[in-house]
Write a protein that binds this ligand. Structure first.
Ligand SMILES: [Zn+2]
Ligand SMILES: [Zn+2]
Ligand SMILES: [Zn+2]
Length: 130
């Protein structure tokens, strides 16, 4: 019972974190932001759970690191995160952009189940700093 309550609280904490973040977050950032409130293993488990439930999606950066951002109209059966992801080469942040990505015409025999598109460059924050 106690364990269950703590689990619900941890999920809520992480949901709020992802919700309030303007950018996608990686494990290290989440760990840092939570300042030890949730152990690393639990963070991994909860993030995986969010992805399975269609509440968050994973973006793999060009550095091979996994980043997570909230989904908008996904569910446990299907993800619809076919929007552009932007990676800033200055601050290294990954942002979901509300720009749809079209699935390219694939050769016969190939079916797309997921599309990921990352554009690298300079974000508005860093642009203003220069
Ligand atoms: Zn999704
Ligand atoms: Zn930037
Ligand atoms: Zn996204």
């Amino acid at each position: 019972m106690e364990r269950q309550r703590r689990n619900t609280r941890s999920k809520q904490l992480m949901m709020n974190l992802l919700d309030s973040s303007q950018t996608a977050l990686c494990h290290e950032e989440i760990d840092r932001l939570l300042a030890g409130q949730i152990d690393r293993v639990t963070i991994y488990r909860i993030l995986q759970g969010f992805c399975d439930q269609g509440r968050a999606h994973k973006i793999t950066g060009d550095n091979g690191k996994a980043y997570y951002a909230l989904c908008h109209d996904c569910n446990a059966e299907e993800h619809h995160d076919d929007h552009l992801h932007f990676r800033c080469t200055q601050c290294r942040k990954i942002t979901c952009l509300d720009v749809p990505v079209a699935v390219p015409a694939l050769p016969t025999g190939y079916t797309a189940s997921d599309i990921s598109c990352i554009v690298s460059g300079c974000c508005p924050d860093c642009h203003n700093r220069i």
